[in-house]
Design a protein around this ligand. Sequence first.
Ligand code: PBG
Length: 330
Amino acid sequence: MSFPAHRPRRLRASARLRDWVAETRLSPRSLVQPLFVCPGKGVENPIAAIPGEAQLSADRAAARAAKLVELGISAAILFGIPSRKDATGSEAVDADGVVARAARAIKRAAPELIVIADVCLCEYTDHGHCGVLAPAASEKGERTVDNDATLDLLAREAVVFADAGCDIVAPSAMADGQVAALRDALDDAGHTNVAILAYAAKYASAFYGPFREAAGSAPAFGDRRAYQMDPRNSREALREAALDVEEGADIIMVKPALPCLDIVARIRESFDLPVAAYHVSGEYAMIHAAAERGWVDRDGALLESLTAIHRAGADIIVSYGAERIAEALR
Ligand code: PBG
């Protein structure tokens, strides 16, 4: 028996057959929409570097949440833009802070939406680092983050968010021991059902630029390389994820997404927990900037990006394009 030189790809012949045999199906259910919440009422401050997104006051965030549910999106992740920033990020642990207030409003307006709260200090500190600084500079004159003092604040922040009704807390400070610290504090406060989405492999990435503009959280000095991961490493990501799983993580996240598809795939193979990936602000902004010049098709590039992230193994995808893609998938 001999095979013809060119075997026909019959299953590619029609859109219906292609769709029938597609190996990956992106669903709005898998998507998480980030929301930036700010003080006030009726506030919608557009974020230039994240087209389509705005800093939203609690009432506006609640209205947006209702729309996300209507589109079949499962979850939103909240980032707080506080009214004031200080050295220790006090508003992060304020029971009446921006995220707590937004979470309560969202839960009233759209109880079905899973509310995730990002747990970090960089949006709340005046120096923009993800934790509190050690009192004295090192011998080299550098000020560094005090890991253990930071853990205490992150744990209190998580309890405030859980008290406000958040279903999931997502520690993103890359402080050592942050998952265990949050788990203990949540359990002690009676929040045994609040889950932890761990930013397990969070790289020191150049793609976070637009986010830092949105949150006014660019570090005032230095960078985040002492606590975020080196993009040259992949085995380290497995080590970080293993530690977070041991500490009690319920979902493990890789960030950024497209530059880390190999990491997403390796983590998917190595762990049996749900895997999330964060398609970050820079990845989203690049598509918009190129589309504006007519160089790529915006929705096409976005859909292909999110599909690739899903194909690599992410069950959950955080993206600023969540709402747009959910609309396109309809
Ligand atoms: C907070 C945090 C950041 C992002 C998510 N959580 C900023 C950072 O690490 O600088 C970035 C997300 C994005 O770029 O979309 N630590």
